[in-house]
Design a protein around this ligand. Sequence first.
Ligand SMILES: Nc1nc2c(c(=O)[nH]1)N[C@H]1C(S)=C(S)[C@@H](COP(=O)(O)O)O[C@H]1N2
Ligand SMILES: [Mo]
Length: 875
Amino acid sequence: MEDPITQDGHSKAVLEKHQELPPTPPISDSCDEDAEELPVVPASSRPTVTLDVDKKTPDSHVPRDPRLIRLTGVHPFNVEAPLSALFNEGFLTSPELFYVRNHGAVPEVLDEDIPEWEFSIEGLVKHPIKLTLRQLCEQYEQITCPVTLVCAGNRRKEQNQVRKTKGFSWGAAGVSTALFTGVAFSELLKKARPLRKARYVCMEGADKLPNGCYGTSVKLNWAMDPNRGMMLAHKMNGSMLTPDHGKPLRAVIPGQIGGRSVKWLTKITVTAAPSDNWYHIYDNRVLPTMVDPEQSANDPGTWADERYAIYDLSVNSATVYPAHEEQISLSKADQSYTVRGYAYSGGGRRVTRVELSVDKGRTWRLANIDYPEDRYRDTERYLYGGRLDMSWRESCFCWCQWSMEVSIAELASANDLIVRAMDESMCVQPKDMYWSVLGMMNNPWFRITIHKQGNHLSFEHPTQPALQPGGWMERVKKAGGNLTNGQWGERIGNEDEDLQESAAVPEVVMTKEGLKNEISIDELRKHDNETDPWFVVNGEVYSGTSFMKDHPGGAQSIISAAGVDSSDEFMGIHSETAKAMMPSYHVGTLSSSAMTTITNGPPSNTSPTDEPRPTFLNPRQWCSAPLTGKRAVSSDTVILTFQLQHSAQTLGLPVGQHLMIRLKDPSSPSGRDALVRSYTPISSTTKQGHLDVLVKLYLDTAATSGGKMSKALHSLAMGATADFKGPIGKFEYQGQGRCVVSGRERHVKQFAMIAAGSGITPIFQVFRAVMQDRGDRTRCTVLNGNRMVEDILCREDLEALLEGNEDRGEVIHTLTKAPYGWKGLVGRINGELMEKHCKRDRDTMVLICGPEALEKSVHKALKEQGWDDEQILFF
Ligand SMILES: Nc1nc2c(c(=O)[nH]1)N[C@H]1C(S)=C(S)[C@@H](COP(=O)(O)O)O[C@H]1N2
Ligand SMILES: [Mo]
């Protein structure tokens, strides 16, 4: 056998260090005579260069395979292989196609530092241990063993079709298998000698995440049990772990969800209680099905309930062939087709049967199952420097492959093809989905639909991974079907009422009656300018020229939309009143070829390059950024942190301006409608690498239904992306009293800033800019209205900015429900209060941001006091 390390392509010096690692005993073939051929290790061609998309991320040191499907945008790296590609590799998966689940950036470990990688075993043990990887290899017996890892989110896209969960959309390829080499966990724990009260083994990784490092725990007595097969591994299919898979050391916890197999392992703590790591509590759980995303957010107790933590995998299966959209010619109707797929179960339990049905589950037939894992049981040998000996063990820790011949004629007369598996404990996959907030452990019958098209059959899987369209679930849902009716959304009895409900939303007419004017792409392009901008909404062309000056979102937002399809943001941002004004600006209908051109992307002169940009925002294009942090700042307000494209990037938002956030509407029937709202980030405009947005959440209560955007933002999962575009707004503060309003420069000596609730965010941005510049002599008086003390947002930040600036700044809080002993003002912001605190003066400008009712009443009061509209700005 070849020395696997030499296949790695490392430098010679590194190799030598490397080879110091495992003492490789001579290969023993003595027991091999009657062993069957072992499964083939897939040819691996390790990617050696960093892909362009990764270059501007913190993972710029990680070469990857471009075939992998990214499930959470560019970063962090969460991927699965195309299902057929994964299956075609066979029983074992190459490291480059092995699914990846990274909660954050991959720690960078240089090859020369690998032998000195240190980890510890501490806590409730008699002999705490500190070891380097070199010592682990030298002092402990090395073993090699095939193990399948499965992310608990495998097949989650199906759950997201039924109802959006807090997780991103795995297809059915969140499962992979490799030969892992390392040390049995039980050996290490025996050395450390757990004490009497010890019950759990906590593990921590070196990755730095928004909520601390990644950590979790498993039961100590399982870790001590060789039958459970837990190990610390440093090799995968004979080569050093790749960075994405935990280089240089990870836990491998067979039979349990992938989430327990901690990568980049640094610390093991033996404890009396399960891990209190954030990711152990808020990830990898199946909450009861009636707990919805909003409820779960307000109920830490449910999360902490250890009964909902997932350990063993449940039985699951999927069909790989026929593949999605595969076609079979009906001219072969006298032949048969081999249906093929995979199955696995948890806790070491064997998959004991796989059954197929072509009549919606009325009758079933048995598939053939191949258990490649069993071929390792008859052999004892050294493989990759580790002893491979599974003869004594009963447990099944790997997936198996099943197949069945079905006549094409029979497929032609069926509507669907369903598979389900059963395991050793007679647990069988359920017909119906168990939906839960995190969408994990999804394992209902895997159903493929069959369609006759001309003289061939074509097949449709339930979903496609990530945001890829396709699959019968999406199709059925779009047609108004109810996916949870126990019949995969097919019509049963009289469901007409359901259908009408989703079709009955009244639409505002935005076209001019009788206007028939087809607009070509060339004509549209002529108006791709600042003086006479045309933009497109839902295929109709509008002229923005005449209302640029009065547009509440500022002229820039119209200019930015010139010549491009702005349907999503227009529909998302505008009220019905605004939409009703559109017929008078309607100039025609875009020709269908022009429509194809513009929906395929922006004009080439604005297309993004792969070069890292110094600033993130682009006024003409949506740019996505992943959510990396969520911090509650009050009972209904959170600060969401999004990661920019690289650590030196700034947002690119002038002070006083806003940006738009776009999200898919999880509540829309197709799940594909966009929600767009504008926000003012609270992170400083010069902040690098990240952007913080404060959002007030209007969630469902018993009496009222909450805001769509609130709900969508609230259920946005860590790592999921939102789209951003901007800047927008007609106001900009350039410092030293200099303002630009709708393109006109003005000088002010004083700001009267009136805010209520989350309206503080744009005000805060301007206030901060003034206060942070000691040379800026502009006076700022902030009048901030709220209901209760708890509702005051950014209070400490405001106070911190005031410190030492009392001569030019003042912040006045007023509460409508003031507590006993409150030292601020009491009552609503009204004319009287304004008169008292904001002296009218020609050099003063009033900035207002709050609910519409407040803006209206303040406006009225100001007018009565003689203020001029020129001096009043509504954000
Ligand atoms: N340190 C660390 N370990 C981790 C994770 C992580 O983000 N950080 N993700 C976990 C999850 S949820 C899964 S499914 C597996 C995935 O392992 P893989 O990326 O090697 O396939 O790693 C687990 N171990
Ligand atoms: Mo996972």
